[in-house]
Design a protein. Structure first.
Length: 526
């Protein structure tokens, strides 16, 4: 019975603590320093004074400990117990200054101000808030447990996928090698057949050119053979001053004779065999000159009778000359079909050339070899492509698996996600384990505020702070970087953003993964 009443009185003592007698402004923990039966020694030992000098509104101790309940010492501290709420120390200057600081009103005992004791109400509110936080933490922690479970499953799946991919890669690598050999084996006969075809085509092209050249020679022969006696004579040749060889603008008799192979005349056969080769570069088909320059003035017409007058009339522009030469050449090339020389639109000439350049279609056997080689190439490329894709997947899986997603992988659900917060000016975007960015709300491009760096929380709570670094350079400043502080909540949201110093950003990020196992809710800390 005695024991029970003792226990009860103890419990009631706990429920409403007995006020221990002590000078005003002294905390319970310090009350034993203030024993009224003895002189008082300043807490810093600077002086010992009669006890009645404690709180006499005169400062004796350098640390202000003799005046805990007055404003006399500049360095003094006033303690309010704030029963029902949290005890508090105030600078002694706030004692009796007309402003209620302590919720138990004890700091304003002699200022004429009436302060209400609000400690109980404040304590109730605080307990309510703490309770709510604890509830959030509890629920958040439940979510976190589910996240951990999910993360471990996901990691297992990823690991499995990775192993499969690594196995599969070996198979595909072998396939690639096999298909490479198949391709090379198919390309060898393909190349041989194509080379043969190419050669045959080149031969044919050469033969066609020769035939055309011969036809051109014959045409020139008939053109030159003015008297149509079946012979081109020295005088007939001399009607073409462009054939001049010594640069004097005239074709002399001797020059003409040399061109005729030192003969006086040439028949069609010897013209084709020897003369044509010597003159074809310079030879201009008759009439061509007229047609090429239809807008000649009468004066020019006259001078045309002069040897090589046309050449003299040409402006000394190199480009012009070259163009003219080119045109002449193509005209000559196309002369098979140009019995009557006329200016052919250059597109026509080009088409003719293209026609000649066009390779003959491959014969069936060569085409079959090409098709087979092409198929082998495609299969090889296809296999190589899927090998590359596999390698990419392996790399990204390895990267993901290697991330530090918290002690139990609880943060892994954030990977690949992005969270935004819009402020007055910007849209901030946090993509955990990847990057942070800032984009002007109305217009303008995105600025990187850093890419994933590391966890930088304090020793026992490493996974509470993230660092993103090496963002866009700041003009005359550091590269942008961001610190992300994580706190517990049921949702995943960016709570706030700030730029405490230029180009150094701070984000508050709420996630259930940051919740800790809650302490007992019934434990009253106040
Ligand atoms: C931009 C933003 C700001 C930053 C300045 C620095 O305006 O990225 O956050 O302070 O550049 O010049």
């Amino acid at each position: 019975m005695l024991l029970l009443s003792l226990l009860l009185s103890l419990l009631s003592g706990l429920a409403s603590p007995v006020e221990v007698k002590r000078p005003r402004g002294v905390s319970l923990t310090n009350h034993h320093f203030y024993d009224e039966s003895r002189p008082f020694t300043c807490l810093d030992g600077s002086a010992t004074i009669a006890f009645d000098r404690v709180n006499d509104d005169y400062c004796d101790c350098t640390d202000g400990s003799d005046e805990p309940g007055t404003a006399a010492c500049p360095s003094g501290r006033f303690h309010c117990s704030n029963a029902g709420y949290r005890p508090q120390y105030l600078p002694s200057s706030r004692v009796n200054d007309g402003i209620c600081d302590c919720c138990d009103a004890t700091d304003e005992y002699n200022s004429g101000i009436v302060c209400e004791n609000t400690c109980k109400e404040m304590g109730r509110k605080e307990r309510e808030a703490l309770k709510q936080m604890a509830e959030v933490a509890k629920e958040g922690f439940e979510i976190k447990k589910a996240l951990i479970e999910e993360a471990s499953k996901r990691k297992e799946e990823k690991q499995k996928k990775l192993t499969e991919l690594q196995e599969g890669k070996k198979v595909v690598e072998e396939q690639v090698e096999t298909l490479r050999s198949v391709k090379e084996a198919a390309e060898k006969p393909e190349k041989e057949a194509k080379d043969i075809h190419q050669k045959a085509w080149e031969n044919q092209k050469a033969a066609e050119r020769a035939a055309r050249d011969e036809a051109k020679a014959e045409e020139a022969f008939h053109e030159l053979d003015d008297d149509a006696d079946g012979m081109v004579s020295i005088t007939e040749l001399q009607t073409h001053p462009e054939l001049d060889t010594d640069g004097d603008g005239m074709l002399s008799e001797t020059e003409a004779q040399t061109l005729l192979g030192n003969a006086l005349q040439a028949d069609v056969a010897s013209f084709q065999d020897t003369v044509w080769a010597a003159i074809k570069e310079k030879y201009k088909a008759e009439g061509l000159v007229e047609v090429q320059h239809p807008s000649k003035t009468p004066v020019e017409e006259e001078t045309d009778t002069q040897p090589d007058a046309h050449v003299d009339q040409l402006p000394p522009d190199k480009d012009y000359d070259e163009e003219d030469d080119e045109e002449r050449e193509t005209e000559e090339d196309g002369s098979d079909e140009m019995k009557v020389p006329s200016p052919r639109p250059s597109s026509d000439v080009k088409a003719l050339e293209d026609e000649l350049e066009k390779m003959l279609p491959y014969d069936e056997a060569t085409q079959a070899l090409i098709d087979a080689a092409q198929k082998a190439r495609e299969q090889f490329e296809e296999a190589e492509k899927s090998l590359k894709e596999m390698e990419d997947s392996i790399r990204s899986l390895e990267k993901e698996i290697s991330f530090a997603f918290g002690p139990h992988g609880e943060f892994s659900y954030l990977y690949g996600q992005c969270y935004e917060l819009t402020t007055n000016e910007y849209i901030y975007r946090l993509c955990p384990f990847n990057r942070v960015s800032q984009k002007p709300k109305h217009s303008g491009s995105e600025t990187s505020l850093g890419t994933w760096g590391s966890w930088i929380g304090p020793g026992d709570n490493k996974f509470s702070v993230m660092k993103y670094e090496h963002g866009t350079g700041c003009w005359q400043g550091p590269n942008r970087s961001t610190i992300v502080k994580l706190s517990c909540g049921k949702e995943t949201v960016v709570l706030s953003t700030a730029e405490p110093s230029r180009c150094e950003y701070l984000m508050e990020f709420v996630t259930p993964a940051a919740c800790h196992e809650p302490k007992d809710l019934n434990h009253d800390e106040l």
